[in-house]
Write a protein that binds this ligand. Sequence first.
Ligand code: NAX
Ligand code: ADP
Ligand code: K
Length: 508
Amino acid sequence: MLRLDFSHPQPLFTSQATRHIEAAAAAALPPCTLMERAGQATARLAMAMAPHARTIWLACGSGNNGGDGLQAAAALRAAGRHVVVSCLADDAQQLPPDARQAWLRARHAGVEFASQPPSLGPQDLCVDALLGLGLTAHPRRHPADARLLQWLEALHSGTTPVLSVDLPSGLMADTGQFAPGLTPGGPAIAARYTLALLTLKPGLFTAHGRDAACCVWFDDLGVGNAGTSPAAWLAGAPRPSSRPHASHKGSYGDVAIIGGEGVGPRGMGMTGAALLAASAALHAGAGRVLVALLDGVADATTVTSVQPECMPRRFEALALDGGVTAVAGCGGGIAIAAVLEPILLQAGRLVLDADALNAIATDGAMARLLRARASRTDRATVLTPHPLEAARLLGVETDAVQADRLAAASELAARFHCAVVLKGSGSVIAAKGHTPRINPTGNARLATAGTGDVLAGLLGARLAAVPATLDAAFEAACSACWEHGAAADHWPGSSALTALKLARTLTA
Ligand SMILES: NC(=O)C1=CN([C@@H]2O[C@H](COP(=O)(O)OP(=O)(O)OC[C@H]3O[C@@H](n4cnc5c(N)ncnc54)[C@H](O)[C@@H]3O)[C@@H](O)[C@H]2O)[C@@H](O)CC1
Ligand SMILES: Nc1ncnc2c1ncn2[C@@H]1O[C@H](COP(=O)(O)OP(=O)(O)O)[C@@H](O)[C@H]1O
Ligand SMILES: [K+]
C-alpha cells in the first residue's frame, strides 16, 4: 500500500480494464481472496487514519464495494475495534457471492449492524463502501434507495473523517464526474481519504475527482497489471534540467509572445496577459523573449517597464520563420485574428492560447491551416484551451467537455493534429500516438486571472528548447503543466498567489 506523492508516473485504468485485471487475477486465486485482501488493506489504513477512534462506522452498499467494507468490518472487529455496519442489503442473499461471504464473516465476527449511522465525533472514522466501480450513470433500480442518499449525505456533511473504499461513492471511475443525483451538496467538511484498490482510476485525478478523493492511497492487492494498457498516466515530475556550462542564450531559444489587445478597438485592454506570458517565458529560461503587443498605441515602455529584459517588437518585425517559438493569443482579443494566418504558416514551434483558439473555432480557414501544420516535419503545435475554449473548438457545450475530459482532449488532439492541454483541475495532456497524461500538480489557488497566460509563456520556453516535433511538444506540455502546478503547490500559505508573482517564481 502506498500514499501517492505524485513524484512518479502512475498508470490509470478504466473500469472496464480494471474488470479484466480483476477477472484474470480472481481466476488464479481461491474464491474471495481479492475481497479479503481489500478488506485487510482497508482495515489497516482505517486503524492508521484513526488510531483513537471509539467507533468506526462502515456504510456498505449491496455490491462488491460493500463486500470490501464488510471484510474490513470483520478485520477491524478482530483487531478489537468497535465497528458498526449499515448495509443497503437487508440480508446476505441480496449480495453477490463474494460479498455474501464477507457479510457472513462480519456477522460471525460479532460486528454490530445498525440501520442508521451511530453517533460519531471528529476522532472517529467513517468507511465509505457504498459504491465503487459498479456505479452506473443510469442504474436499472431507480430511484436510488433513500438510505443510500441519506448515508451519502451523512458521510459528506459530518465532522468525522471518511475513508472511501476504491472510489468516493457516487464518483465515476472513468471521468471524475458524479453520477446523476449523487452530486454532493457542497464541499466536504472533514478530512477525506481514498484507498484505490487493484488499479488507480483516471476519475480520481480530474474533474471532481481531486475534491472527492482528496488524499489517495493505493493497494494493488498483490495483482500486477502487466499486459493491460492504461487509459492514461498520472504524470510524474519532469527530469531536472541541466544547463551545460558551454551554453549561451541562443542555446535556449527565442520566444515571441503575440497578444495583448489594447483598450482602443473594443474598450477592453488585455495587455497584461501578454506581459504575464512574457515574464513567465523569461523566468522559465527562454534565451530571449520578444513581445509583439497587438495594441496600436503601446510603446516600448509598456513592455520594458514591467520586464526590461523583454524586447518589444512590432508584429511585422518578428522573423516568425527564423526559428522563434511563437506564443499566440494571450489577451489577443479580436486583434489576434488579423495576424493568425502568418503565425500558422510560418512559426516552427507554436503555442496557441485563449483568443487564438477562439479565432480558430470560428474560422474554418484558420482551422485548416492549423491542421496542415502537421504535414510539415519542422512544425510543432500545442493548444492550451480551458474547458470553454475546448468546447468552442469542438462545437459542443462546456458540460460535454467536462463530462469526459480525457476523451475531449484526445478528440481535440486528433482533430487538429496537435498536442493539447485541456486545463482545469487535473489538466489533461493529449497528442496522437501518446497515452494521455493527467497532471497531478496544482490547486485551486491557480483559479485566478492570468495563470493560464503564465502557463502559455512557460510552455513557450520549454518548447523553444526542444526539437519541433509532436513528441517533443507533448513532453514539453507535460513538463510545463507539472512545473506550473508545482509552483502553486509550494506557494507559502501566507502569501496571495497572483499571476505575475507566479511567473516570477518559475526557474529554468
Ligand atoms: N469481486 C471482488 O473480488 C473484488 C471487488 N472489488 C470491489 O468491488 C467493487 C465493484 O463491485 P461491483 O461491481 O459489485 O459494484 P459496486 O459495489 O461498486 O456497485 C454495485 C451496486 O451499486 C448499485 N448502483 C450502481 N449504480 C448506481 C446508481 N447510479 N445509483 C444507485 N445505486 C447504484 C448497483 O445497484 C449495485 O448494487 C470495486 O469498486 C471494489 O471495491 C475489489 O476489491 C477487487 C476484488
Ligand atoms: N482548481 C484548479 N486546480 C488546478 N489547476 C487549476 C485550477 N484552477 C485553475 N487551474 C490552472 O490555472 C490555469 C488557469 O488558466 P486559464 O483558465 O486560461 O486562466 P487565464 O486565462 O485567466 O490565465 C490553468 O493552467 C489551469 O489548469
Ligand atoms: K466507495
